[in-house]
Design a protein around this ligand. Structure first.
Ligand code: HSE
Length: 308
């Protein structure tokens, strides 16, 4: 095998109660990439379509992720060429940089005969996140690589767990076309958390994970609450409160900021409800004059996958 075309999926990180630790992978929303072995050693970004992103390997998230992987193998002879066909916009809040880093390391791993497990690839893809946002968080790259819902139980040492996905869970995502850089959106949050808020947050995180494993949709809904990050970041997102309220009024289990925003997610039981929620959100957003995309997506159980 000399070349591989992959689907690199979008992801929703944080999921309200799990800042930097919780995330899930979306079906049908994502980028395409072609990764090829080359006779010339080193890692090159040979083509980018759909976005104005750097071609220089050390400035491109896919480039640095694959370099980190080859370094871990002490491999100085392999040549890798990367073509990126972006569909997820940078600064959208649905894991644009994570999709590129995860797609690149997953495909390279396949081409090299799978020296790493998908879990082991997470730390290389995190290097892309470090470049993109100044922080090597794993809550987008882990679900992009493992599929479904994932939890980063620990960063040091890195311990990533794949969680359960209830069958009938759907996401509605609105992406207002304003760019909120993760690096900027991380500057508005505080590094100290009052104990009473931490108690609320970790109670909800435990509740959410229990809900995933017991397919208790009501529990998932009441656990989708963020008393720490959302109050600070939501002011960067036009109509956040209205979107959240209308989503819940139309049957969503809960709603919140997708990753670092500006996308907003609503989680629903059943595709019909998720589509109804999408229509209701559309009505709230159209009068703002801000261009937006809306996706209704199932949870992607596989993560990055080969396009045949
Ligand atoms: N956990 C990260 C953040 C995700 O909220 O900054 C970025 O998509």
């Amino acid at each position: 095998m000399k070349s591989l075309k992959v689907f690199a999926p979008a992801t929703v990180a944080n999921l309200s109660c799990g800042f930097d630790v919780l995330g899930c992978c979306l079906e049908g929303v994502g980028d395409e990439m072609r990764i090829s072995l080359s006779d010339t050693s080193g890692v090159r970004i040979t083509k980018i379509e759909g976005a104005d992103l750097p071609l220089a390997t050390n400035k491109n998230v896919a480039g640095v992720a694959v370099v980190a992987m080859l370094e871990a193998l002490n491999d100085t002879s392999t040549g890798i060429d990367i073509e990126i066909y972006k569909k997820i916009k940078a600064g959208s809040g649905i894991g644009s940089s994570a999709a590129s880093s995860a797609g690149a390391v997953w495909a390279t791993n396949q081409l090299l005969g799978k020296p790493f497990t998908p879990k082991q690839l997470v730390k290389f893809a995190m290097e892309g996140e470090r470049l993109a946002s100044g922080n090597a968080h794993a809550d987008n790259v882990a679900p992009a690589l493992l599929g479904g819902f994932t939890l980063v139980r620990s960063y040091a040492p890195l311990d990533v767990l794949k969680l359960n996905t209830p069958k009938n869970l759907y996401m509605t995502i609105i992406h207002p076309q304003i760019e909120v850089k993760t690096a900027d959106s991380r500057k508005v949050i505080k590094s100290n958390v009052p104990l009473n808020k931490a108690v609320t947050q970790w109670g909800n995180l435990g509740g959410f994970i229990t809900g995933l494993f017991t397919s208790d949709y009501e529990l998932l809904g009441r656990s989708l609450d963020d008393v720490i990050i959302e109050p600070l970041r939501s002011i960067l997102i036009p109509k956040f409160k209205e979107v959240k309220a209308i989503a819940i009024k139309n049957g969503a289990l809960g709603a919140g900021i997708s990753g670092s925003g500006p996308s907003i997610f609503a989680m629903s039981k059943g595709k019909e409800t998720a589509s109804k929620v999408a229509k209701a959100i559309e009505k709230v957003y159209t009068p703002t004059g801000i261009t937006f995309d809306i996706h209704v997506a199932a949870i992607n159980a596989k993560g990055v996958s080969e396009i045949i």
